[in-house]
Design a protein around this ligand. Structure first.
Ligand code: 13P
Length: 268
């Protein structure tokens, strides 16, 4: 499979989910050895919000020349502040050092009842606070088997870029999309590069239709779902795949570094 040189940045992102408190976070960054990366490659980690400060202080102490690592939060509430026990706002995340926020991760949608409408409010909140939203979309196995891939992806995307959504803000950017097929998350089951290329192609075409070709082409689309050091290179080489969002394999510094290294010379 061949791929022409992408104009978009390549993002190697790790979502730690509910893993790694402050002590493990410090250890992770002390162990992290990343190869020299091409200028278009960016590293991004989503630790638990409670570990953001530890991540930030470790990163500040890294030797000169260590590749920059951006930090994000895994979820936000759309209100800036208020009587919402247990929640955190985009503004708080920003002031704690986050530059990105995940929105609409399938675990939030499935386990915590996050709706398409919630994702719109959350994306709006990220822009208000100066965070970059990373919107996650993806189909369940049942939806895939029923042939509903395109319908599900269009619905999840249209919630935020459709007429009632945030089309103008997203067209102006920055905005990151992550395709995470639910059946491939934490299952060891990975989409093939062809599966990823098909879904990313659908998303790219829909972005172009809604936002115009130039704006649509500028949006990075990451693949997530059982990305491992052994399959990262071929997934990164698939057409329209502009990076990866890694769960389990981002928890160990060594495997995250190996996945980052796969971006240096993806198969062409
Ligand atoms: P796994 O890589 O563990 O399948 O998780 C993917 C994911 O949900 C990233 O957000």
């Amino acid at each position: 499979m061949t791929k022409s040189a992408p104009a978009r940045p390549i993002l190697i992102a790790g979502n730690w989910k509910m893993n790694h408190g402050p002590a493990e976070t410090r250890a992770f960054f002390r162990d992290l050895r990343v190869p020299e990366l091409p200028s278009g490659v960016q590293l991004l980690l989503f630790p638990p919000a409670l570990s953001l400060a530890a991540a930030r202080s470790e990163l500040e102490q890294r030797p000169e020349g260590f590749p920059p690592v951006s930090l994000g939060v895994q979820n936000i509430h759309w209100e800036p502040a208020g009587a919402l026990t247990g929640e955190l706002s985009a503004e708080m995340a920003r002031s704690a050092g986050a530059s990105h926020a995940l929105v609409g991760h399938s675990e939030r949608r499935q386990l915590f009842g996050e709706s398409d409408e919630d994702t719109v409010r959350k994306v709006a909140a990220t822009y208000r606070a100066g965070l970059i939203p990373v919107l996650c979309v993806g189909e369940t196995l049942e939806e895939r088997r029923k042939g509903s891939l395109a319908r599900v992806l269009h619905r999840q995307l249209d919630a935020v870029i459709g007429p009632e959504g945030l089309r103008t803000e997203i067209a102006t950017g920055p905005f990151v999309l992550a395709y995470e097929p639910v059946w491939a998350i934490g299952t060891g089951e990975t989409a093939t590069p062809d599966d990823a290329a098909e879904a990313h192609g659908l998303l790219r075409a829909h972005l172009g239709e809604r936002l115009g070709r130039t704006a649509g082409d500028g949006i990075p689309i990451l693949y997530g779902g059982s990305v491992k050091p052994k399959n990262a290179r071929e997934l990164l080489a698939a057409p329209e795949v502009d990076g990866v969002l890694v769960g389990g394999a981002s928890l160990e510094a060594e495997s995250f570094a190996q996945i980052a290294a796969a971006s240096v010379s993806p198969q062409g």
